[in-house]
Design a protein around this ligand. Structure first.
Ligand code: 2U9
Length: 335
């Protein structure tokens, strides 16, 4: 009997030593110690085959071996557990930096513009990018023969529609549906037949604004846009309103700010002038009001328009509009 137990001891130890997986350990445990068919259990169950005076000794030897195998199994499991941990995680390695996304600089600039005008009580409205000639031109006092159409020339679809060249058609649509007072800004993509160069791209973003009510004056326009410039570029920025022409506003003015680079002294960016043009504006032309059924004697309004790319370029000193559309992460990661 002693020999047989010794054989079992050697074979169990050998098997445990060679085992590589938890499943194998479990199989060995069942094979030797299993409650029904375990090799040692079976010896204990067959105790009646031994002469009575031998039984206590056999029982003692079997139990000792059982304990030994149990301890061996436990040790092996602990050893394997350690190896698994050591292999899978090296806690001394530096952590992996998660790649965080960010908003495109144009989106960031647009959010900032929206924040300023929302603070002044303007509502944000959006509209279709595919428009009719009526909304893109006629309703804005630009009949088919008007030379100003040239500057706003766009891409035409086969069915007579076109890609809007400004967001102004949205303001016309709002006025058709709603009576004054109106205070809206309209952000969105616009399209023009412009040759690509550092300051032109056939698709760009605009924010246009419109305020209509009784007794709106040019002073309201100046106050509103001066506040915008100070919020966007800082309180020290100077603002200048320069007479201009747009078919849909009368009188009209372009808005310049003191150069963000040289602060007005004159440099390469402002071509030595000390001023940079940032937006266009004016009092809504009575002809436009007539088109949407507003009485120009009763209501007045001011309107303005700006290119988001241009505002962003001036704010951050970017010298080429194409950088916004090339998806070069070396550029985009800076914002
Ligand atoms: C309605 C009435 C009037 C919107 C205006 C401008 C002046 C303007 C340019 C800025 C740079 C276009 O993106 S840009 O090239 N815009 O100068 N826009 S007033 O006037 C309107 C709009 C809608 C019904």
């Amino acid at each position: 009997m002693k020999q047989e137990l010794e054989k079992l001891r050697v074979s169990a130890k050998e098997r445990i030593k060679k085992a590589n997986t938890k499943e194998e350990i479990e199989r060995i445990k069942i094979e030797f110690l299993g409650r029904r068919q375990g090799k040692l259990t079976r010896i204990l169950k067959n105790m009646k085959n031994f002469p009575p005076h031998k039984r206590p000794e056999v029982g003692k030897l079997v139990n000792e071996l059982k304990q030994e195998i149990q301890e061996e199994l436990k040790r092996k499991i602990e050893e394997m557990g350690k190896e698994v941990v050591e292999e899978s995680v090296d806690i001394t390695l530096p952590g992996r930096k998660p790649l965080l996304g960010r908003l495109h600089p144009i989106t960031q600039t647009l959010e900032e513009i929206k924040r300023i005008f929302i603070g002044l009580g303007f509502q944000v409205v959006r509209g279709p990018e595919i428009e009719t000639e009526y909304y893109n031109f006629e309703a804005l006092n630009m009949p088919w023969h008007h030379p100003a159409r040239d500057e706003y020339d766009s891409f035409y679809l086969d069915n007579g529609y076109l890609l809007r060249s400004h967001t102004s058609p949205v303001q016309v649509r709002v006025m058709e549906k709603k009576s004054p007072p109106i205070r809206i800004i309209v952000p969105g993509r616009c399209y023009r037949r412009d040759a690509i160069d550092p300051s032109h791209f056939p698709m760009f973003h605009q924010v246009e604004g419109l305020a209509v009510d009784k007794r709106i004056t040019f002073s309201d326009l100046k106050g509103c846009l001066t506040y915008f410039v100070h919020q966007m570029f800082g309180k020290d920025t100077k603002v200048r309103f320069r007479p201009s022409f747009f078919p849909f506003t009368e009188p009209s003015a372009e808005v310049d700010i003191s150069c963000v680079i040289c602060k007005g002294k004159g440099c390469r960016v402002c071509s030595g002038k000390g001023w940079l043009e940032i937006l266009g504006s004016g009092m809504v032309d009575p002809e436009v009001f007539k088109k949407v059924g507003y009485d120009p004697e009763k209501y007045q309004g001011f309107a303005f328009g700006m290119g988001v790319e241009r505002i962003c370029m001036l704010k951050y000193g970017i010298d080429d509009i194409r950088l916004f559309f090339q998806n070069d992460l070396r550029f985009l990661r800076q914002f």
